[in-house]
Design a protein around this ligand. Sequence first.
Ligand code: NDP
Length: 400
Amino acid sequence: MKVLCILYDDPKDGMPKSYPLKDLPKLEKYPDGMSLPSPKGRDFIPGQLLGCISGELGLRKFLEDNGHEFIVTNSKDGEGCEADEHIIDADIVISQPFFPYYLTKERIEKAKNLKMAITAGIGSDHVDLQAAIENNVDVVEVTFCNSRSVAEHIVMMILSMVRDYHNQHNIVNQGGWNIADAVKRSYDVEGMNIGTVAAGRIGLDTLRKLKAFDVHLHYFDRHRLPSDVEKELNLKFHETVESLVRVCDVVTINCPLHPETENLFDKELISKMKKGAYIINTARGKICNREAIVEALESGHLSGYAGDVWFPQPAPNDHVWRTMPNHGMTPHTSGTSLSAQARYADGVREILECFFDKTPIRDQYLIVKDGKLAGMGAHSYTKGSSTSGFEEAKNYKKLN
Ligand code: NDP
């Protein structure tokens, strides 16, 4: 079979000769008891780069030893890109949300042999799920592999925005010491109201991590959490997202991107937020309206916006979120720490082993199966597509 894998660029100076840490902590299981990815074999060293071209998700030996063709490329956008040449006869395509190969209806229809799209990570919105359903292409992702990595990033971003870390770090880098400038936008989070839109794996883990800061915790979700969890975290449930945003000083967005959540944070919803609130969005860029965020930061209605997700990706060099005031954006990195890479590389290998052995892929990994939403997909997604506008990704030019 032909396996096409789209990965991000290697470091500019080539693969590291060494890494800061000798090894990774050993985790036993996820907090809800789900087991970590458990492939039969592994051909990489955990803690090393796997999500970039030379890392190859540690899959080459396994695939080639089993007689499969393995194509790895970072050429994914614009006419004539390498991925488009290979998708025509690929059986399986692997892509990471950090550097997504947008699997549009047009591409899916051209891919006559395509049987499965694997998301090496979580969030399969870069796949036109409607087209996958109609063309019998299964879609799977490595549920939980990096949820807790993202929750750590969210806590980091909440603290860095509210305390105004970026500004203070810049002052030091520039040789300065003006304390008043450093603290004129700096607050404690203690006592604040912090709410999550969605309390799934990331949202709930974020709430748990935040509890230690003595804040008031809120959530909105389509399904309510068990009452013992609400009690343990002293959580306030909101029936609507409007009700949550009206009272929160910080709103963190943790739902998947699908037609129901696309553009959820538009001008109208943002106008209902508390004046001076912060948004942390590590879910997907398209959940927030690009222009409405900029406007709210410029007017001061929002005090800050941070996150690691953009639309499209890579974000064009002139994407306005790169230059808007009081932002704390990173490239899409929260779910691809070296720790997370080892888990999702293992997860992809587990999925491939199941596929080739014709044994069932874990239900938790399924988004679309046999022409319908299945597993996690049936629980958290709605039918349709959120890929429109992806073409803009070709406008990104690599910096030297
Ligand atoms: P989960 O599936 O565990 O949680 C998703 C939650 O979103 C579920 O509780 C689901 O609710 C809820 N949800 C779905 N639709 C809505 C809606 N319309 N309104 C409110 N809540 C909704 O996934 P994770 O927590 O692991 O990941 C969530 C998302 O975070 C991913 O889909 C992805 O987009 C993003 N992500 C980002 C990463 C990064 O690197 N920045 C890495 C990993 C994920 P219910 O099931 O109750 O219907």
